[in-house]
Write a new protein. Structure first.
Length: 438
């Protein structure tokens, strides 16, 4: 009996190592290659609740920034279609009229605050609203040139100081409203499918075409709990790494080139994962692209027309002071949202690379191909067994062997992203009956 168990254990070990050897080329490639970005197509209200990434921030997660100082930084490469008109800076919430690429807006007050970023006439607009008023600042560089640009904005909770940087150059600053701008946990809302989310690539409420979505590429989004920049800096030369001040970090590298239909991983070590909402008539989005700020395969883009499309002038009860934060009654958005479907998001198995055991059992190790380790379509996920990612060892050479990479999904993905070793009936791994060392 013991010999049979040992043979079984040996077979399982060989199976895992064989799968690791097969998966290693793709894993190693993903580590050394420039990675991927996300491409949005600007469908906006014409395709409600799709062509975007939605990050749930209530109940509270680390991506719900605003209760402390914060920095938002991201790489953008615009495509044609970002034709929103120029945005007027001041004591207002005019940022909502641009092609929105980060939206943490809320409906009605009081509820701490909100903020967001958009492009107006190609220039970055950054706005914050709290119970102390509103402020929008606007950059000077037209990003509609088909090149990658690093965008960073900062906000000081206590002083209200706001700054906007493009490619490391400070282009705008102002004293905005002070106080908490985070999302109020447990806040009641009539719009549960949009309010408690941080949304990338679109206006979150799908109110109408007067609030256009962003068309273009996005990569390396980092949210921080501190002000990282107070003056000019050299724009980053590679992917961000997490540190103690990182609230959330999105590399957009968890998929393969093509449709983004699953989970967008927070690589900071937190749990602020997002969900790709893929769809839209014509060319659906978002999609994973090999066009990145640090190499990859550039994709052609048509420089946007400089003729702006009409934009809505928001109704506001705040006087424009031209400097400092307004202390008038907080602006209540007059947008009347169109309710969208509240269908539950598609939950996908964890990890960027997956091995289909049915394919292995059917074909055998010698017949396995690379096609057996790429992600399947959502319809094929149900009832299919997957193994964790197997990646190359620390040293990077073939002699260093292999390791297992886990992604910490835990109870969010029951009974997956783990290795299970059966210890009953008794096997030698069932330690504890004698002294032991692990």
């Amino acid at each position: 009996m013991r010999s049979v168990r040992r043979l079984t254990q040996a077979f399982v070990l060989c199976l895992i190592l064989a799968l690791g050897a097969l998966a290693w080329p793709r894993a190693a490639q993903s580590q050394s290659a420039p990675g991927l970005s996300l491409r949005f197509y600007g469908h906006g209200a014409n395709a409600p609740d799709v062509d975007r990434v939605k990050i749930l921030i209530d109940p509270g997660v680390s991506a719900d920034i605003g209760a402390t100082d914060f920095t938002i930084e991201v790489w953008l490469k615009t495509a044609s279609g970002n034709n929103a008109g120029a945005i007027t800076a001041g004591a207002n919430a005019n940022w909502i009229n641009g092609n929105i690429f980060i939206d943490r807006d809320i409906y009605n007050a009081p509820a701490y605050g909100d903020f967001g970023l958009s492009l107006g006439a190609g220039r970055v607009a950054f706005g914050v609203t709290t119970g102390q008023g509103s402020r929008t600042i606007v950059g000077t560089t037209d990003l509609r040139d088909g090149a990658w640009h690093h965008v960073a904005v900062t906000r000081n909770l206590t002083t209200g100081q706001m700054r906007l940087f493009v490619d490391g150059v400070q282009e705008a600053s102002a004293t905005g409203p002070t106080g908490d701008a985070s999302y109020q946990d447990g806040r009641g809302t009539s719009y549960p499918n949009s309010d408690p989310y941080l949304v990338l690539g679109a206006e979150k409420h799908d109110v109408g075409t007067q609030y256009p979505a962003y068309s273009g590429w996005m990569d390396e989004l980092r949210l921080s709990r501190v002000v990282r920049y107070t003056s000019g800096f050299t724009r980053p030369g590679g992917a961000f790494t997490t540190d103690g001040d990182t609230a959330a970090l999105y590399h957009f590298d968890e998929g393969v080139a093509g449709a983004c239909t699953g989970v967008v991983l927070d690589s900071s070590g937190g749990s602020s994962h997002g969900q790709c909402r893929y769809g839209g008539s014509g060319t659906a989005g978002p999609v994973y692209s090999s066009d990145t700020p640090f190499g990859g395969t550039p994709e052609p883009t048509t420089v946007a027309s400089q003729t702006p499309t009409p934009t809505r002038t928001p109704t506001s009860t705040e006087p424009s002071t031209g400097g400092g934060a307004s202390t008038a009654t907080p602006r209540t958005p007059t947008r009347t949202p169109t309710r969208t479907s509240t269908a539950a998001p598609t939950h996908v198995p964890p990890g960027p690379y997956r091995v289909r055991l049915p394919a292995l059992i059917k074909a055998g190790l010698s017949a396995m191909t690379a096609e057996d380790v790429v992600p399947d379509q959502p319809a094929a996920w149900s009832g299919v067994l997957y193994l964790p990612v197997v990646q190359n060892g620390v040293g990077g050479g073939a002699s260093d062997g292999l390791s297992l990479r886990f992604y910490g999904h835990g109870a969010n993905a029951p009974d997956v992203d783990r290795v299970k070793i059966l210890i009953d009936p008794g096997v030698s791994a069932d330690i504890g009956a004698t002294d032991f060392t692990i």
